[in-house]
Unconditional design. Structure first.
Length: 328
């Protein structure tokens, strides 16, 4: 019989807790309160003591750690194995992870091991008439589905980055419990060989004041320099959507969105970007969003403060010329 607790799987890197997990702790606290249950953090890693200290200010009732040298780097097989055991013991109502690159792999593997229901790509989660209801975008964000979880056992839910703000929660003293990793006999089918950092000197799009975002509407790689010229005239950085990376037209460090970076510049100029939720979630909190798209029904106009329905190439030369006059 499942309990009512809410478990948040903590993602971390180089001693820092990922923002996707921090946002889930605020929401998880609300859910646990509404369910009359406990909010539990699951922290897997090598040496996680500093993370436990940081989590003590996050409104948790319980922190369960699993420490082992083999958990130093995230590994799908190992993490799913350890978490399945942890969730099997705790029997919570909900397991929450970010809809991040890690969560996208880990959550289905975990749900499959547990035989549990899985809801991915959530943009909201709340309680309605005692039932947990997850809101998910459909058709690139044009529609939203609200899905109620009816199963009695633990359910696994992944939530988009940026779906909730990172909130200050009244700190409480969480009980800390260590669980053994119990990895004996586990055959890892993949292993991290090397982790490489982004080359020094490359633009960090998360720190840019102004960003020009380029989408597949640019049409061909040869036209990307026109967007760079506008960015240069504006003193802006350049970022892009995922198809631009998949096409090999722009580097992955420039990608915004669920599987890219989250940016919050003062100005975001979206050029030829449809505004699928997996993209918008990574930039919707920008202070001023201006979108140019030739399709008036493009979802980007739902997050844009200022929208221009036009062929971007009819405006780019003029915009670049005018921006150059600003001399930024
Ligand atoms: C698991 C998963 C994770 C994902 N993660 C990400 C992510 O992190 N980041 C991301 O970006 N996407 C991500 N995606 C993909 C996402 O769903 C969209 O497919 C993608 O964002 C669309 O990119 P786009 O807007 O560049 O291209 P399109 O959807 O092809 O849109 C192009 C837009 O350009 C407009 N256009 C065309 N020509 C012109 C013109 N001349 N002038 C003006 N407008 C024009 C069109 O009207 C259209 O709206 C993910 C998808 C999945 C399933």
């Amino acid at each position: 019989m499942a309990g009512k607790d809410v478990v948040v799987v903590i993602e971390h890197w180089a001693g820092e807790i990922d923002g996707s997990s921090l946002q889930l702790l605020g929401k998880g606290r609300d859910l646990a309160d509404a369910l009359g249950s406990e909010l539990v953090a699951a922290v897997l890693g090598d040496q996680v003591e500093p993370l436990v200290a940081a989590l003590q200010t996050r409104g948790l009732d319980r922190i369960v750690t699993v420490m082992d040298a083999r958990l130093h780097y995230y590994n799908g097989d190992t993490y799913a194995h350890v978490l399945a055991r942890l969730v099997g013991q705790l029997q919570p109502a909900l397991v929450l992870t970010g809809y991040t690159l890690v969560g996208m792999e880990l959550a289905p593997a975990l749900a499959a091991r547990l035989g549990a229901p899985l809801l991915t790509n959530g943009v909201d989660i709340d309680l309605r008439d005692g039932q947990v209801v997850v809101t998910r975008p459909l058709f690139g964000g044009i529609y939203q589905a609200r899905v109620a979880i009816e199963a009695a056992g633990p359910a696994v839910v992944t939530i988009q980055k940026g779906a909730f703000p990172v909130r200050d929660v009244a700190p409480r003293s969480a009980r800390v419990e260590a669980m053994p990793a119990a990895l004996e006999g586990l055959q890892e089918r993949c292993r991290v060989i090397e982790v490489t950092e982004q080359a020094a000197g490359a633009l960090d799009i998360t720190k840019a004041d102004i960003l020009v975002g380029v989408g597949r509407g640019v049409g061909e790689a040869a036209k990307i320099p026109l967007c760079h010229s506008l960015a240069e005239a504006l003193g802006a950085g350049v970022c892009c959507t995922r198809p631009m990376v998949d096409l090999g037209w722009m580097p992955v460090e420039m990608q915004v969105g669920t599987s890219g970076k989250t940016v919050v510049p003062n100005v975001f100029l979206a050029l030829g970007i449809s505004g699928a939720s997996q993209f918008s979630v990574g930039m919707k909190d920008s202070r001023l969003i201006i979108a140019i798209n030739k399709d008036p029904g493009a979802p980007i106009f739902q997050v844009a403060h200022c929208g221009v329905v036009a062929d971007m190439f009819s405006l780019l030369p003029l915009l670049t010329q005018e921006a150059a006059k600003l001399g930024r």
